[in-house]
Design a protein. Structure first.
Length: 422
């Protein structure tokens, strides 16, 4: 086997995976730039931390209503086409935000309406994106594709906020115009990509079929423990939603500083995912996962205690690295444990937990900051994350003590079986 194919980048030899990866890079870059612009624009208009929480709620509410059906759609319809249409919907959001810049808008509710559409598109794109990857590369390349996909995603999350902050110096319309251009290219790339045919599933969308993914997750303690750990840990540790207020009120930096703060977690995530591409986690899986979540909680506490930009950036980098370890392990557990015929629905359940931990976590942070103040809200979230980590390690011992991934255990059993080497 050549070095090119054996290292973390050998998976790039698959053309359709390259097209998908580039489309995801551009669309994520656009969304991250847009997110910085929206956060700064809304806080500049209202100076209310509760409105920062509403940004998350506006995206999460439609997401929660649609996600289970979206998972069924990812199993029944072409996943590539779903992703293409969803990026197209994100493009419409960018155009709407750009149009708002040409009027003297005094209220923020039109922005929240656009975010409702964005949340709806996100509900469909998440399970389709999680489920399509295994249809683009051979099984032996899947774990490397996950790591490379994660690192590419986090490269976009690193660059997006910085570029968004810099472009915002020229005005919000500049940010939204660039966002629109990037999403147009992403749509074209997805239209050019092709995938391995997914398992056929023409089951009608009944409550029984839609809830199949939820029943599957509930029947697998390892999967349930992994995704619920992420839900509650990040739900309480959603301090990144408060970064516009932290940048403005505590660190006293402008939109460019906010961009640096927003990009710091992605730096940690990207560095970690690159390392995972070359040195995948294969032993002590449970310890790595719980350690990653604990690091995320500790970083959140450090962020709440500091008034230094440098320390804040370091804390955010550590939070991103810890979160990446948890995300990597959870994604592999879900995909390896799930039959392809219901992979979209199980990915939808996973997406509910991810969406809840992100957008709902942002809403929770906005509410607690409004009740207790900015710094106490961050500290309470970090402590709660550590408490959840300890509780889940006791409540899901099969996960916390897991040594190998399920497919690795099966492969080892096959190798040790009589006649396996014949």
């Amino acid at each position: 086997m050549s070095t090119a194919t054996s290292n973390g980048f050998g998976v790039l030899r698959h053309r359709n995976f390259r097209l998908y990866l580039l489309a995801r890079l551009l669309s994520t870059l656009a969304v991250q730039m847009q997110s910085v612009a929206i956060g700064w624009q809304v806080y500049a208009m209202t100076h209310d931390v509760f409105d920062l929480g509403l940004i998350g709620l506006a995206q999460f509410a439609p997401f929660l209503l649609l996600i289970l059906y979206a998972g069924h759609a990812a199993d029944r319809y072409d996943r590539r086409r779903i992703i293409t249409l969803c990026i197209g919907a994100q493009l419409l959001c960018g155009l709407a935000l750009l149009a708002f810049c040409f009027v003297d808008m005094k209220v923020v509710w039109p922005i929240f309406l656009v975010l409702v559409l964005f949340g709806s598109a996100r509900a469909f794109i998440m399970p389709a994106s999680q489920a399509i990857l295994i249809n683009m590369v051979p099984p032996e390349s899947f774990s490397k594709a996950v790591a490379l996909g994660s690192s590419t995603f986090h490269v976009a999350v690193i660059l997006g906020p910085v570029l968004g902050g810099l472009l915002y110096l020229a005005g919000a319309k500049t940010v939204y115009a660039v966002v629109t251009a990037l999403l147009i290219v992403a749509v074209v790339l997805m239209m050019l990509a092709r995938v391995i045919p997914q398992a056929s599933n023409r089951e009608p969308a009944t409550w029984h079929s839609v809830l199949e993914g939820l029943r599957f997750v509930w029947s697998r303690p390892v999967v349930l423990g992994a995704i619920s750990l992420d839900l509650f840990a990040v739900l309480f540790g959603g301090a990144t939603a408060l970064l516009p207020a932290i940048a403005h009120d505590i660190l006293m930096v402008g939109p460019t500083g906010l961009g640096l703060l927003r990009t710091a977690p992605a730096v940690g995530s990207a560095l970690t995912s690159i390392a995972l591409g070359f040195w995948p986690i294969s032993r002590r899986v449970g310890r790595w996962m719980f350690g990653g979540v604990a690091l995320f909680g500790a970083g959140t506490i450090a962020l709440g205690l500091t008034h230094s930009m440098v320390i804040a950036l370091v804390a955010l980098v550590l939070m991103g690295g810890g979160d990446m370890v948890s995300v990597y392990i959870r994604h592999l557990l879900v995909q390896f444990e799930t039959p392809d015929a219901i992979r979209g629905r199980v990915s939808a359940v996973n997406s509910v937990f991810i969406g809840a931990s992100n957008e709902l976590g942002e809403f929770e942070s906005g509410i607690t900051a409004g009740w207790f103040g900015l710094v106490p809200a961050i500290l309470v979230g970090g402590v709660a994350t550590l408490v959840v980590t300890a509780a889940w390690s006791l409540g899901f011992p099969v996960l916390s003590r897991m040594d190998r991934f399920p497919h690795a255990r099966r492969d080892a059993a096959d190798t040790d079986a009589p006649g396996a080497g014949a």
